[in-house]
Design a protein around this ligand. Structure first.
Ligand code: SER
Length: 886
């Protein structure tokens, strides 16, 4: 380590940075989730993500600015991860302002933090700066605060202009570099910050975010001149610890150590081989642990696919290192132990993280075994230097879940490339098929009209938590075949938007309400209610009478009985969720649900089938809560208060600042307490009875329970009882005696079966014994021809063994059987001496098989055939005798 640099841990740097900017008036924000609150972005990739709306002037911050340490994931270049620089997951320290402080203040603060002895204390002569091409102001400012003018370079758009994505806030930037020393340089006279070599390490980027790039490429000014700075924590930690690679700072080094221990290999900081695999697993395992902790689950698209890819690549590199069996949860445990205090989601969701990792890893190991065998076979067939056919790579991807980079890596180790053109073509075909399928979704064309309406109208007011009807609601819009219209006539199917409504729009798994809109001569039978953009509720239905027009007032009445059933099923879903957590563990997390009038369906994370006992306990717990007749208490409160009260939130779901909390009873520790916008029973007793109807698997890590309540449960039980009556009547006994009766019937059936088999076996062996006794003397061997009905082809071979045992060295036979299925089996066989004496089993079978409508043949010592014509079996046997002259 350089003598002039003090040693700081990652934790010390993180905390010092945040405290420093707090002292400058910035508010400290926790990292936002890796799942961004921004549809234009797949994963959080910068500290500024969570502040986008402040940049755009849509929200106002009252403090001077903000600071944070943000979880980030950048995966544009997964293939590069493994070298000593690239990371997928990393932490970004940042400070941000939206008019609250100036460019000069940002630059002054950056220099102070970098050089002040009580902070990083880096020597000024090792710091370098770059500015955007014509940004003279920044050059002056860096110098004003102590930078050496010869240490400042101008760079172009590629290096010094930053944008979070193709559109949105962006601006010129200025970067701070650390000089690692000449020995890390490329030696070129032009070597300077921005050079590809390792001498100058960029560690802090100050963006002066002042433009808002539009779809058409234009860049109007943002309302303020903003500041967005980001410092790579892993990078600065390595610098402060005298290391030259991101991976050698304390945090990632301890993950490398996990791999060293598991594999028995020592990390040496080289570019390839075991070191590369150790780095890949250290990076990917950390990314995977954080992603699952934030609610991302493995899947075949979007974030879930990135998670799956990272996890699989880590597993594969574990294989390369020779680590035996599943190992990734050991890394997850280390990630938790070194980062869990800063990122509590890692600890809160520990059971789920480990469960998902273990299940996914196990499955992928099995797939790897199969896919590797296939790839191995294909590679063996390939001539040296030839490319692996793209179709094979596609099959591996499509059928075996092999990410293409994994296939490439295996190929490269064996000296082959992939014919990427063919692979890309197969992928393009697949995408085309997916697109065509998506286009078939009829709702696609309706999107635009709703976007436009959501700009015009305010959100629909929902009054249906307590009321079943609303008098005099105003029709705000009518959508007919994807267009907003002023009126609709009887017979037309429309979507109607009202200013307020008691109809619940399908959301959070609860189906939309049905009912009737009527008044002023018009009536609409509502068959569904959908949730559209801008929180507009669309009442879908047919105009049944009169004309409906915008501006008209109607009474909106939901189908009361149906909604009552839905309420009960929804509340039962909450009880089920609570019972599952009690019986199976805290890793249970809702993965989806459907609540209708008829039934409820609940999908949840769990890794194996539930036992009968578990299902009984779950059902019992729910029913106990039903019998306890707990009132359902709904409170509206702030999200933080809700979480503090222990309310269950949907994993990975984004909530607004104000939420509804639904609890059973009013105690501080109710059986169930969940954040929920749905409609519920007033008291658990309304559920009446809860019955689980089925349990099964859905996808890799999830199970599904279907259940019924109240009237549905009674209907289910009635149906079961009726079935029992029918079966009992069929078996001629009382339902109560069914178990005994079934046992008796089974016993009888078994006895009959045994007798039948004995009869068949006895019959055929007797016949065989008779035939052997009557063996004919041929020229040089003994010969038996026999018909042994009821036995299979295999049993004919056993019979031949018996013949040979009895008759000795020189013998032959032709045996025939009509099996229980009516099919004919023929067998001819002879010992070597019999063959030498002229017997030829193959010839005999070839000639007699056609008589029974079959074909066959074989060796001179053994031949078999099958056929269909049972009536001709005796003819076939006679023909055999005739052929042999017997
Ligand atoms: N948004 C900039 C970056 O990610 C600075 O925070 O580099």
């Amino acid at each position: 380590m350089s003598a002039d640099i003090k040693y700081l841990t990652t934790a010390q740097i993180r905390e010092d940075f945040l405290e420093f900017f707090q002292s400058k008036g910035c508010k400290r924000y926790p990292s936002s989730s890796l799942i961004p609150d921004d549809p234009s972005l797949l994963l959080a990739n910068a500290g500024m993500n969570q502040f986008k709306e402040y940049y755009q002037g849509l929200k106002t911050m009252h403090e001077v600015g903000a600071c944070s340490c943000q979880k980030c994931l950048r995966t544009n270049d997964i293939d590069n991860i493994g070298d000593s620089r690239h990371l997928s997951f990393f932490e970004m320290l940042g400070n941000f302002a939206f008019g609250g402080f100036s460019k000069e203040q940002a630059i002054a603060a950056a220099i102070e933090f970098c050089t002040a002895p009580e902070h990083l204390g880096l020597p000024m002569d090792r710091l370098y700066f770059t500015v955007f091409t014509d940004d003279d102001e920044s050059i002056e400012l860096w110098q004003k605060y102590g930078a050496d003018g010869t240490h400042i370079n101008r760079l172009g758009e590629e290096d010094n202009f930053w944008a979070a994505g193709p559109t949105g806030p962006c601006g010129p930037c200025s970067e701070i570099y650390f000089d690692q020393g000449e020995e890390f340089g490329c030696g070129s006279p032009d070597c300077a910050p921005g050079c590809d070599c390792d001498r100058y390490l960029e560690f802090w980027n100050l963006v002066f975010t002042q433009y808002d790039r539009q779809e058409d490429g234009s860049m109007p000014d943002l309302p303020h001149k903003n500041i967005d700075t980001g410092m790579g924590l892993e990078r600065i930690a390595a610098i402060m610890q005298g290391q030259h690679s991101n991976y050698e700072g304390d945090v990632l080094r301890s993950l490398l150590a996990v791999g060293e221990k598991l594999s028995g290999k020592t990390y040496g900081g080289t570019a390839g081989g075991a070191d590369r695999s150790l780095r890949i697993i250290a990076d990917h395992s950390r990314a995977v642990t954080f992603m699952i902790g934030d609610g991302i689950l493995p899947s075949n698209e979007g974030r879930g696919y990135i998670l799956r890819r990272l996890l699989r690549r880590a597993v594969y590199h574990g294989r390369l290192l020779g680590i035996d069996g599943a190992f990734l949860t050991k890394y997850a445990a280390e990630v938790r132990s070194i980062m869990g205090d800063v990122y509590p989601a890692l600890v809160d969701n520990a059971a789920l993280i480990d469960g998902i990792i273990a299940a996914e890893e196990e499955r992928f190991n099995a797939t790897l075994d199969k896919g590797e065998a296939l790839l191995d076979a294909e590679l063996k067939k390939l001539e040296e230097g030839k490319d692996l056919p793209g179709e094979v790579a596609f099959t591996l991807h499509d059928t075996y879940g092999f990410p293409i980079d994994l296939t490439r890596e295996i190929c490269e180790v064996r000296g082959h490339k992939i014919a990427m053109d063919a692979f890309d073509a197969a992928m393009a075909d697949q995408r085309e098929r997916a697109r065509a399928a998506a286009n078939r979704d009829a709702w696609g064309k309706f999107n635009n009209v709703w976007t436009a309406l959501s700009d015009e109208l305010v959100a629909t007011e929902f009054c249906g938590y307590d009321a079943d009807q609303v008098q005099g609601a105003t029709v705000l819009a009518i959508v007919l075949e994807g267009e907003s219209v002023a009126q609709a006539q009887a017979g037309q199917t429309v979507e109607v938007v009202l200013d307020r409504t008691p109809f619940y729009a399908e959301m959070g798994g609860q189906v939309g309400d049905t009912g009737f809109l009527g008044g002023n001569g018009a009536g609409v039978r509502v068959t569904d209610t959908k949730h559209r953009e801008g929180d507009l509720y669309a009442h879908v239905g047919e105009v049944q009478e009169g004309a409906l027009y915008v501006g008209q007032t109607v009474d909106a009445v939901i189908d009361h009985g149906r909604r009552e059933l839905i309420r009960r099923n929804h509340t039962a879903t909450h009880l089920l969720d609570a019972a599952l957590k009690l019986v199976l563990g805290e890793h249970v997390s809702q993965a989806g649900s459907m609540v209708s009038a008829e039934r409820l369906r609940f999908d949840f994370t769990h890794f194996e089938a539930l036992t009968k006992e578990e299902l009984e306990r779950i059902e019992g717990l729910v029913n106990a809560e039903v019998f306890a007749a707990e009132p359902i208490v709904t409170k509206v409160m702030g999200i933080e208060e809700a979480k503090a009260s222990g309310a269950v939130a949907l994993f990975g779901e984004k909530y607004g600042d104000v939420v509804r909390v639904v609890s059973t009873g009013d105690s501080s520790e109710p059986f169930s307490r969940e954040l929920c916008g749905g409609t519920h029973a007033r008291n658990t007793a309304e559920i009446g009875m809860f019955k689980i109807v089925s349990e099964g698997s859905v996808g890799a890590n999830a199970r599904r329970i279907e259940a019924v309540t109240s009237a549905g449960a009674i209907a289910y039980v009635d149906e079961r009882l009726a079935l029992l009556d029918t079966v009992a009547a069929g078996l001629k006994c009382r339902p109560a005696d069914l178990a005994l009766r079934v046992e008796q019937v089974q016993r009888e059936a078994r006895d009959v079966q045994k007798k039948l088999q004995a009869a068949l076996a006895g019959g055929s062996s007797n016949k065989l014994a008779d035939a052997v006794a009557g063996a004919m003397d041929m020229d040089g061997y003994k010969f038996v021809a026999a018909r042994l009905d009821g036995v299979s082809g295999k049993e004919l071979r056993n019979a031949w063994d018996t013949v040979r045992d009895k008759l000795g060295m020189a013998c032959a036979c032709v045996l025939a059987s009509v099996g229980e299925d009516g099919k004919v089996a023929l067998l001819a066989a002879g010992t070597d001496p019999a063959v030498e004496a002229g017997f030829a089993a193959g010839d005999v079978i070839r000639q007699i098989a056609p008589l029974v409508g079959g074909r066959g043949g074989g060796r001179p010592t053994m031949a078999q055939a099958g056929g269909r014509d049972a009536a001709a079996v005796d003819d076939a046997l006679n023909k055999a005798k005739e052929l042999l002259g017997a």
